[in-house]
Design a protein around this ligand. Structure first.
Ligand code: GLA
Length: 428
């Protein structure tokens, strides 16, 4: 047998094994809408302790974020100490001197749910003890602490995916405690195709970082797969960078609106005790959050794309449409190079419009409505009604920014309630 044939056989066996295991399927009844909350990683990385987590919970509550639905306070990697003599994982006693149960009790007393992190390999990505071979014990101890959410990473995976993620799924089910199960395998094996019966969400890409290019890359790698998402199993575009300082306010507004319409979990990753007003306005944009939490749970996707102009949309309960008109013009897609001579010595200024606000039009037919439809349009960040429009809507969109709209058809029945253009997208 050649190595290639061996690899194919191994993969095939893995899939069969996975299908057998997953016949039990995740049935925890959780995450009917994408998870919302706070996570320590994007801002603090490994540099966490009990005080940081407690303060985050207090600030999430006093800032009104809990009330808006941000209900999970999640500790990411690097909370772990060693395993005890019976194999049970302990918390790092310097960073978490009172242990995880005490911290979980505090988080719960503030009205939140409590999330924790582990990895399906021997070690976590931060080099702490992973759960491989200890799935049952880890799930049990998490349940005994009162954990409500587990992010399960993929480092040191030895090339095995399905088995290891299913092993923790079974271990969680066996505890009898409902815990959101958030898979983090970075989109490597197209988890949108198989992880919907294993976990409540699954990362679609590698890690985000706090800059425009990284954020756009995450989105572009997550397009055309929305049809696989739905209540209880969501595409996870990674945690929010909103507020961490590496993007402009317009860019953060784009980040948040796109995450909302694509129905990604919304996990705040910044210091909410020291947020500027313009950042709070984004994270607290209630009508944008409502798009994410719409009861239909239909994940949006791209409906128009021409160069740097991208329009994403989804259908909401009752037949209205949520639309994100996104202006991605920037130096990368402007014509700068063609304005230099071949050696790049003599250049002229690029046309200003490539770095400026542009007008974007959304045709109502692109939203599955009849061409003569009249619809009211509401700007969801601005919280203002823009009026009634026929056939299309045009608005100026700031550079690197969005307009996120609710379009409510008022004439031109039928509403085409089954409108899901992304069902026709070829599988990726
Ligand atoms: C991986 C994950 C990140 C974070 C780190 C922690 O990189 O993708 O989200 O959890 O591990 O080590």
């Amino acid at each position: 047998m050649t190595i290639r044939t061996f690899q194919i056989n191994l993969m095939f066996t893995s899939i069969l094994f996975f299908l057998f295991i997953s016949a039990q399927s995740l049935d925890n009844g959780l995450s009917s809408s994408p998870a919302m909350g706070w996570n320590s990683w994007n801002l603090y990385g490994c540099d966490i302790n009990e005080e940081i987590i407690r303060n985050a919970a207090v600030a999430m509550k006093s800032n009104g974020l809990l009330k808006l639905g941000y209900e999970y306070i999640n500790i990411d990697d690097c909370w772990q100490g060693d395993r005890d003599s019976n194999g049970y994982i302990t918390a790092n006693s310097t960073k978490f001197p009172n242990g995880m149960k005490t911290l979980a009790d505090f988080i719960h007393s503030q009205g939140f749910k409590f999330g924790i992190y582990s990895s399906a390999g021997e070690y976590t990505c931060g080099g702490r003890p992973g759960s491989l071979g200890y799935e049952m014990q880890d799930a049990q101890i998490f349940a005994s602490w009162g954990v409500d959410y587990l992010k399960y990473d993929n480092c040191y995976n030895d090339g095995l995916y399905f088995e290891r993620f299913s092993a923790m799924q079974n271990a969680l089910n066996a505890t009898g405690r409902p815990m959101v199960y958030s898979l983090c395998e970075w989109g490597v094996l197209s988890p949108w195709e198989w992880a919907g019966v294993v976990g409540n969400s699954y990362r679609t890409t590698g890690d985000i970082s706090d800059n425009w290019d990284a954020m756009v890359r995450v989105v572009d790698d997550s397009l055309y797969i929305s049809k696989h998402a739905g209540p209880g199993h969501w595409n996870d575009l990674d945690m929010l960078e909103v507020g961490n300082g590496g993007m402009t306010v317009e860019e953060y507004k784009s980040h948040f609106a796109v995450w909302a319409v694509m129905k990604s979990p919304l996990l705040v990753g910044t210091d909410v005790s020291a947020m500027k007003q313009e950042i709070a306005n984004i994270l607290k944009a209630e009508e944008v959050i409502q798009v994410n939490r719409d009861p239909l749970g239909i994940a949006g996707d791209v409906i128009y794309r021409k160069g740097p102009i991208v329009i994403l949309a989804t259908i909401l309960e009752g037949g209205s449409r949520a639309v994100v008109m996104w202006n991605r013009h920037s130096q990368d897609n402007g014509p700068e190079s063609s304005f230099c001579d071949r050696k790049g010595v003599h250049c002229i200024d690029p046309p200003k419009q490539f770095h400026a606000d542009v007008e974007i039009t959304v045709e109502f037919t692109a939203l599955g409505l009849q061409s003569n439809t009249n619809a009211t349009v509401r700007d969801l960040y601005e919280r203002s009604d823009l009026g009634e429009f026929q056939a299309k809507f045009t608005a100026k969109v700031p550079n690197h920014g969005v307009r996120i709209l609710k379009v409510v058809p008022v004439t031109g029945e039928p509403l085409n309630l089954d409108w899901r253009p992304w069902l026709n997208y070829a599988l990726i």
